[in-house]
Design a protein around this ligand. Sequence first.
Ligand code: OKP
Ligand code: ZN
Length: 317
Amino acid sequence: MNIKIIYSEIHKQHNPPFEIYDGVKESYAEKSDRIEAIIKTLRENGVNKFYSPEEFSIRNIYSIHQKEYVNFLQKRSASLNGDQVLYPSYFIMDTYTPIVKGTYDAARSAVNVALSGAQRILNGQGVVYSLCRPPGHHAEQKAMSGYCYFNNAAIAANYLSDHGKVAILDIDFHHGNGTQNMFYERKDVLYVSLHADPRLMFPYVSGYADELGKSQGLGFNKNYPLPLRINNKEYSRTLLKALEEIKKFDPKFLVVSLGFDTYEKDPIGGFKLTLSFYKDIAKNIKNLRLPTLLIQEGGYYTQDLGKLSFNFLQGME
Ligand code: OKP
Ligand code: ZN
């Protein structure tokens, strides 16, 4: 397989033990095993072009996140002992996004993973897969939420946007509120998202069809909220519409926020997409014939994540 994969094991340092859902402590769904399971299966299937990320300047993060927010995450992470979990209230919007000692380093490294992928795209690589963890698309300019601290896809898209128009296709099960907001008033970055109806599912506050962008960015934001239990065929129909939108925009680069929580067995999802269908999704995306940076977002059925990822990559080849 020709596709290059960027990965850093620093993500393992971010390992919160629990989240709180509806008042009840549950084991943390966004586990480090997720990425390790993907690596393992890819290796077993002969996919072996793994590369470590380069260090990128913190300025790339500051152009998307408020400086105080970044410094807060760094200071509070560093202040913790190995077994402490902090729900700081400052800069935090929910009970899914605690800070542990390794959070800042892992989140910073995920940004380097994303930017290293973007740099390879600029150098002429056709498809690059950045195995980011923690995920990023819910992270706002100054708020962490939904397992996300720094917005990897937004930072990478912003980096690419110095060199031409960028379309972001978000196919995680959840709406990427953070990414939408970062580019809401920009016309050089199109955000298109397919996700579960936010009246029913996280992040609840955004992802509605009438959110179309603002001022200069009006018309450059497009949401496709979908009903629960949607199947391959129904999903395909909407995906093709979303891809048409991207074609019309005629971008120079494509960034895909890639979540596997649309899978039928996902413990926190609710769609009915099947394992083999991920190859079809990828084939359709590949038909755009754009330099494409894949950014890993969610996907929580650890047992099948490797196969989901491998099927997707096969479709991208
Ligand atoms: C992050 B990403 C489970 C509730 C989970 C948080 C969802 C965050 C999703 N008990 N709610 O978009 O995959
Ligand atoms: Zn998700």
